[in-house]
Design a protein around this ligand. Structure first.
Ligand code: KG4
Ligand code: ZN
Length: 389
């Protein structure tokens, strides 16, 4: 069974084809970063227009890469919530048109659960699981009995974790999206230089998150949070003269050293403040917060042995290492999708569509074919009608 998955919830136009919920035939992702970079964040109206401009090209490319004809498609799945409403509408309407044209059923998909399915595409797992979902739009911990029966144990009160990365990058004029750049710069800094606040960390039963206080602390940090035991790293200039370091790394280091000088001239950094240490300490703090919350959740639900981490921020290299260490120490199985499946993509939508299809079929849902049009895009989960997945 070949499923077409369509994803346009934010700023990636993506279509993937997946066979029987497991075999990825193609997964074309057209990133709009070039269109939003100038604004250091996603501009919803621009995102919708870009989806509109590119979705048919992405569809054709995905068909070609999968080496299939559109008549081979058995079912279509589309992200219908949550996300930017204008962006979702483009994908949903494209999917409805395709469903009419091909006379194939169409299934609406929950974007958050699709992210979690991306881990399953990589490696099958048994339920129950604890899932940490960390993306540009959402941050949550879920306890899942299966892909439709789950409980949200905690979520962010304000910024999502990806948003915190993007806003810190914006403050230091590093470009958009901020996560990958912060990931890279952090490797040149000392993560223990600053003890930024571990937000919402006191209550042993609180699994919610808050990142806006941390963001403000980093932006107005000056030397307030300096860790007395740590030295500022002065390694950056030394590294440039290290023969063992490869040229492309040196090039990127030099670029950021120049950027640091520019920030100092502009007064965004004081002369004694090291951009690399600040960024690296910020990233380290975010990771401590995420792992502390996982630890809390495991203390409460200690019979759960598998942890899934998904969403764009799960691409972070330092986080991936720290999660491996943490899960090993707790004797838990950790599954994180490969980098190609961490950010928004059509394959994860196609994959979860297969799960939904099996459930609908097993329950003899006679209205299955009516699913073609009987739903709409929805920005927030809370606004969904009862009875949706
Ligand atoms: O899941 P995603 O592609 O889109 C949403 O559903 O929101 O996540 C995008 C987010 C952005 O905020 C981006 O900065 C972040 O994922 N991100 C990262 C990394 N790669 C992407 N954050 C930290 N480290 C990374 N390597
Ligand atoms: Zn996403």
């Amino acid at each position: 069974m070949i499923i077409c998955g369509i994803e346009t919830s934010c700023d990636d136009t993506s279509i993937g084809f997946v066979k029987n919920g497991k075999e990825i035939l193609s997964n074309v992702i057209f990133s709009q970063n070039y269109a939003h970079n100038h604004f250091s964040g996603v501009v919803p109206e621009i995102a919708s227009r870009e989806h509109l401009k590119n979705i048919d090209k992405v569809y054709i490319e995905a068909l070609n890469k999968a080496n299939i004809n559109e008549k081979d498609i058995d079912i279509i799945g589309v992200t219908s919530y949550p996300g930017l409403i204008g962006s979702l509408v483009i994908g949903v309407n494209f999917a409805k048109g395709l469903s009419f044209k091909l006379k194939k059923p169409l299934i609406p998909v929950n974007h958050l659960i699709a992210h979690i399915y991306s881990a399953f595409l990589f490696q099958e797992f048994n339920f129950p699981v604890l899932a940490l979902l960390i993306s540009g739009g959402h941050t949550a911990i879920l306890k899942m009995k299966n892909f439709i029966d789950f409980e949200i144990l905690g979520k962010t009160f304000d910024d999502s974790v990806g948003e915190a990365f993007d806003k810190i990058a914006k403050h230091f004029e590093l470009g958009y999206p901020g996560g990958p750049i912060i990931d890279k710069i952090s490797t040149f800094g000392n993560p223990e230089t600053y003890n930024f606040p571990l937000t919402l960390n006191e209550d042993k039963y609180n699994l919610n998150f808050s990142f806006s206080g941390l963001k403000t602390a980093v932006i107005y940090f000056r030397n307030k949070y300096i860790n007395k035991d740590s030295n500022f790293s002065n390694v950056n200039n030394l590294l440039l003269n290290d023969d063992k370091l490869n040229n492309s790394i040196k090039e990127s280091l030099l670029k950021y050293i120049n950027h640091q000088n520019y920030l100092r001239k502009k007064g965004i950094l004081n002369d004694n403040e090291n951009l690399f240490d600040i960024i690296s300490s910020f990233q380290n703090t975010v990771i401590k917060i995420l792992i502390n919350k996982l630890d809390l959740a495991l203390n409460i639900y200690n019979d759960i042995n598998t942890i899934i981490v998904a969403g764009g921020v799960s691409a972070n290299s330092y986080l991936r290492n720290k999660l491996q260490e943490f899960c090993k120490s707790k004797n838990k199985k950790l599954i994180i999708p490969p980098l190609s499946l961490c950010t928004d993509n059509g394959a994860m939508v196609a994959g979860i569509t297969y799960e939904y299809y099996k459930i609908l079929k097993d329950n003899n849902f006679l209205f299955f074919n009516d699913l073609k049009i009987n739903f709409n895009a929805c920005a927030k989960i809370e606004e969904l009608k009862r009875g949706s997945f």
